[in-house]
Design a protein around this ligand. Structure first.
Ligand code: D5M
Ligand code: FE
Ligand code: ZN
Length: 573
């Protein structure tokens, strides 16, 4: 019992939302933000939590505001009216600092077509994405808000980590619409002819995107054309070699055969050869040699994202948090930062954040890399998912969560990766997340988000020159994937491919947002009006990363306004 004047007497509010959420999570419950708000405002939050927990049946996974109201009378818990009046009196003084908008990078034009300088499309509906958001200018700077700087995503944390008052939320997410999910559809057994089928489908899908741009001929027909003719071909890149004199020989393959295209080293298009990856689909146009044995290439075309693609936006103010690489079970998992993030999601400032998209690596996994076990905090894979599920319970129950697996998750490594199996779904069921395959096209509030974990990014970064793709600018590597209209163009490297009856890894629909993770670096920008976001991680630097000089961007939550596609990044560590 507390006596008046006792220094330990709880004050109102005495419990932070995160402590309430964690207490409820320890009892096995997930809670709506409004329920947490009511508990935080209760005269005696500890007693209120006890009462709610004892009243909740074993079959209940989620505590709602009506559960709280039902078991507490007006003496012990504030009413809805009292909650809102508390908010007006405890609102923080508005700060002088205005939020700077984040200026996404604008992709430089790199195609060989007639060059028009790529502007940040000031005349398009998305131009608001490059301007300060009206509302944000007048809002106080949040302790979790980072300075928007530039597309490289280097930011500085502003303010101290204090809480913001709560009030009842108005979250009303609609279920995500998901397409391109391999889950339950995999037919591949890994036999050779199945790879042929997958690559044939890749060719079918991607050549369609190029057919309007070139008047292409099959490889065998080109070989029969008279020497000196103009010729155009669409093919998958089979080989790239430099000749003795430093020119480039690109062997293209279509469904009829192969044909060599020569790119002279002193032509401007030679620069594009640096961007090529094996197995990607391109078109070439040029003139046949006298003996018709080789094509002297004048232009190279990528399937690419049309510059005229205009993103869809939500018709109300609603936001999504895009995160990835949580790595629960690793000794480096940043529990405190995660709790601050979950805590923030329970604040008024986050009330528009109705969606949480997680792009893979929920857990650290077991046996993913050599010596990984030395850094495991939880050694059993199922225990890791149990722990992940507990951390998910700290996220407001009224948010819609969509997640796909990554290379640390307990699903097959080969891509496309199916979503988690029934056993893992059961473990993670408390928050009722939508579980889908890697990759998946997820539409929320009319905005399509291509979610892909990002293992191919390592390959793109290794193969391409620094200025086109690097760990410091992971979004630029994403631009390359958009340009190639394929999330994992090169076969046979780090990315494992599972052969399927169709190629699930093509970017057949241009998304409004492209969301990846994996490289543990934060970066975002716009490529032809598609917002590309690589979302950092919740795992501090590992011994391996230290050895190879990877400095991860930890505990950032990119928050996207779905009505404007404008982005703010919040940092929780
Ligand atoms: O990947 C995190 C990043 O670190 C990604 O760029 C791969 C790289 N990485 C991490 N550990 C290793 C080892 N042992 N070998 C090669 N590359 C590594 P993640 O999927 O989270 O491990
Ligand atoms: Fe990861
Ligand atoms: Zn990964």
């Amino acid at each position: 019992m507390f006596l008046p004047g006792d220094p330990e007497m709880p004050t109102v509010p005495s419990e932070t939302p995160s402590r309430i959420v964690q207490t409820l999570a320890r009892h096995g419950y997930n809670a709506d933000r409004e329920a947490v708000t009511l508990l935080a405002r209760a005269n005696d939050p500890v007693a209120a939590i006890d009462a709610v927990v004892s009243a909740a049946g074993d079959d209940i996974l989620r505590i709602t505001s009506s559960d709280v109201r039902a078991c507490l009378d007006s003496d012990t818990v504030a009413t809805g009216a009292a909650v809102s009046s508390a908010v007006t009196t405890t609102e923080p003084p508005s700060s002088t600092a205005a939020t700077e908008s984040t200026t996404p990078d604008s992709a430089a034009s790199t195609d060989s077509q007639p060059e028009t300088p790529q502007q940040p499309s000031a005349d398009t509906p998305t131009s608001t994405a490059t301007k300060p958001h009206q509302n944000q200018q007048t809002q106080s700077k949040s302790p979790y808000e980072t300075e928007g700087s530039n597309a490289t995503g280097r930011k500085e944390v502003v303010g101290e980590t204090t809480g913001t008052p709560d009030r009842s939320p108005d979250r009303n997410p609609t279920p995500a619409d998901i397409t391109g999910d391999i889950t339950g559809r995999s037919t591949g057994t890994g036999e050779y002819d199945q790879f042929v089928t997958t690559f044939r489908d890749r060719y079918e899908q991607l050549s369609k995107l190029l057919k309007g741009r070139v008047n292409h001929r099959p490889a065998t027909a080109i070989a029969d054309m008279p020497g000196g003719s103009d010729a155009e071909m669409i093919g998958l890149v089979n080989d790239i070699r430099s000749t003795a004199s430093g020119h480039w020989l690109i062997e293209l393959e279509d469904t009829t055969g192969t044909f060599p295209a020569l790119v002279m080293k002193d032509r401007p298009i030679a620069e594009l050869v640096d961007e090529l990856l094996l197995d990607e689909c391109i078109a070439v146009q040029g003139t046949l040699a006298d003996d018709s044995g080789i094509l002297f290439t004048d232009s190279i075309h990528f399937p690419d994202v049309p510059r005229t693609a205009r993103p869809s936006t939500a018709d109300r103010h609603v936001q999504a948090a895009l995160i990835s690489d949580v790595h629960v079970g690793s000794q480096e998992f940043m529990t405190d930062a995660w709790n601050r993030f979950a805590d923030w999601l329970h604040t008024e400032e986050a009330e528009a954040v109705e969606y949480l998209l997680i792009a893979g690596d929920m857990v650290e996994g077991v046996g993913v890399y050599p010596d990984q076990d030395e850094e495991l905090d939880i050694i059993d894979i199922f225990d890791q998912y149990e722990a992940f599920s507990e951390h998910l319970k700290a996220v407001p129950g009224d948010m819609e969560i969509v997640m796909i697996p990554g290379n640390h998750d307990a699903v097959r490594l080969a891509e496309p990766q199916p979503g988690f199996d029934e056993e893992l779904r059961q473990i993670m069921s408390a928050h009722n997340p939508r579980i889908s395959g890697n990759p998946s096209l997820v539409t929320i509030e009319g905005v399509s988000v291509l979610m892909y974990h990002g293992v191919s990014l390592d390959e793109v970064i290794a193969e391409l020159p620094e200025e086109k793709a690097s760990y410091d600018d992971p979004h630029k590597a994403m631009y390359q994937l958009l340009k190639k209209r394929h999330v994992a163009p090169q076969y046979g490297g780090k990315m494992r491919l599972a052969p399927e009856t169709k190629d699930y890894l093509t970017i057949d629909t241009v998304p409004d947002i492209f969301h990846t993770g994996h490289v543990h670096k934060l970066g975002w920008g716009k490529y032809h009006d598609v917002l590309a976001v690589n979302s950092g991680c919740w795992q501090a630097q590992t011994a391996f990363q230290k050895k190879v000089n990877i400095d991860p961007d930890v505990a950032h939550a990119p928050i996207v306004d779905l009505d404007t596609l404008e982005m703010t990044v919040r940092k929780f560590a």
